[in-house]
Design a protein around this ligand. Structure first.
Ligand SMILES: *[C@@H]1O[C@H](CO)[C@@H](O)[C@H](O)[C@H]1NC(C)=O
Ligand SMILES: *[C@@H]1O[C@H](CO)[C@@H](O)[C@H](O)[C@H]1NC(C)=O
Ligand SMILES: *[C@@H]1O[C@H](CO)[C@@H](O)[C@H](O)[C@H]1NC(C)=O
Length: 401
């Protein structure tokens, strides 16, 4: 008995030690953030053990946890909510019930989850989409897409692209009473990246070019060639999304090769032939002075993974890796970044580059919030900053869509 207690006590101390990171003082609700961070780290540790013992893949445990948050389509007094499919891609639709004289705006919302977890069925996403439809009196379309590792690149992109193109057909817009001049494509995290890629490819297609009025991205990840920018260094261990966790979860979208994962973790995964791409993500050039702090920009260290290159520079993956003449075609853009987020600099750089290319951009930077905040707006875990972010996003849509 005594030995077991001792073992238990020691395990707790070890776990506390393993998971401890100093929580920045200027975060809102620091204790809740600490709890979220610790639970995430314990989950990651458990997932590592499960993978090591051959029980399941690392990302499977995260998938299982997100799945507990699924809810069905529930209509209310204002909205009809239905699950259907667009060209075989599952979508949830939020259709305002109120009679309307005018055609309605529409928002497509692509959920996040590092390409390997997540669904429109999750309570927090249902909450955001419901609120958007209700407050904007808009039609909201939330597609699901194949997840990694079963759905390898470009599966997630293709599914979103197919569903959105289906929706943008004149006859479909007419069926749902949508005004074709007021359509926005939105998403958060990896969904923000997908929103960016889909918008770029639609703007490139004469059939769809003028159909997107705006794109909105909430703490998006927009590139994978430099994983050692200042924000990746400062928030390497979290809170919530550590650099290692982000890489472990999202890398399976491309590969399950251990060698590649390790190279990305070392930030030495880009081959010599990729030298040209680094000018698109040069934080030393594009990041506002305030956020460069004392970080020193070093030239990229090249590795040998040549097979990786065509994939990683693909526009369907990395909206940042295109030149300014492509960026010029982007519509009105909203980018929301959070300070305590490894992906902060991806967002900042996209804002700078879009503005340099002459695209009108609204950028909101939330100094006291973490990555993933909008995923904590339903029971049992509420983050006030998550609600604040959703309100800001919807207010922007109200004024601009
Ligand atoms: C329906 O809309 C009304 C008026 O905007 C609002 O007061 C009410 O809370 C909404 N109901 C739900 C369930 O959201
Ligand atoms: C990045 O920007 C810095 C400063 O603007 C410059 O000195 C450096 O050559 C750039 N590097 C690349 C790879 O673009
Ligand atoms: C921008 O990139 C596209 C596609 O790679 C290329 O066709 C085009 O020539 C480039 N434009 C400039 C000005 O470099």
């Amino acid at each position: 008995m005594g030995n077991k207690m001792l073992l238990f006590g020691l395990s707790c101390i070890l776990l506390a030690y393993y998971t401890y990171i100093p929580i920045p003082e200027n975060l809102e609700e620091p204790w809740k953030v600490r709890l979220i961070d610790i639970l995430t780290k314990i989950t990651a540790l458990t997932a590592t053990l499960f993978e090591y013992t051959g029980l399941m893949n690392f990302e499977d445990l995260f998938f299982i946890i997100t799945k507990t948050q699924y809810i069905g389509p529930i209509s209310d007094e204002n909205l009809t909510v239905i699950d259907t499919d667009f060209n075989n891609i599952p979508v949830r639709l939020y259709l305002p019930k109120r009679k309307s004289e005018r055609q309605r705006p529409a928002v497509v919302y692509i959920h996040g989850g590092a390409f390997s977890t997540g669904s429109f069925k999750m309570r927090p996403y249902d909450f955001v989409n419901r609120m958007t439809a209700s407050r904007l009196d808009a039609v909201v379309v939330a597609p699901d897409y194949r997840l990694a590792p079963q759905g390898l690149f470009p599966a997630a992109f293709e599914d979103c692209f197919v569903a959105i193109k289906f929706f943008l057909q004149d006859k479909v817009l007419k069926k749902y009473g949508v005004d074709p001049a007021h359509i926005c494509i939105s998403g958060d995290s990896s969904g923000g990246s997908l929103a960016g890629s889909v918008t770029q490819l639609l703007q490139d297609d004469p059939e769809y070019r003028n159909k997107i009025k705006a794109q909105a991205m909430i703490y998006p990840g927009l590139q994978v060639i430099d994983t050692w920018m200042p924000s990746y260094r400062e928030y390497e261990n979290g809170p919530f999304l550590s650099r290692k966790l982000a890489i472990r979860l999202s890398i399976v979208y491309f590969t399950e090769e251990r060698e590649t994962i390790n190279a990305v973790l070392r930030n030495e995964h880009m081959p010599e032939g990729s030298r040209d791409l680094f000018k698109f993500v040069n934080w030393s050039h594009f990041l506002p002075e305030k956020y460069k702090k004392n970080h020193v920009y070093r030239k990229p260290v090249f590795g040998k993974l040549n097979a990786f290159l065509p994939l990683i520079k693909d526009r369907r993956l990395s909206p940042l890796l295109v030149n300014d003449s492509w960026l010029q075609r982007m519509p009105l853009t909203y980018v929301l970044t959070c300070e305590h987020d490894i992906l902060r600099d991806d967002g900042f750089i996209y804002v700078t580059r879009l503005r340099n290319a002459g695209v009108p951009v609204t950028h909101e930077h939330i100094e006291d919030a973490i990555h993933g905040a909008i995923s904590f707006v339903t029971a049992p875990m509420y983050l006030h900053s998550g609600l604040r972010i959703i309100n800001k996003y919807i207010s922007w849509l109200q004024e601009n869509l």
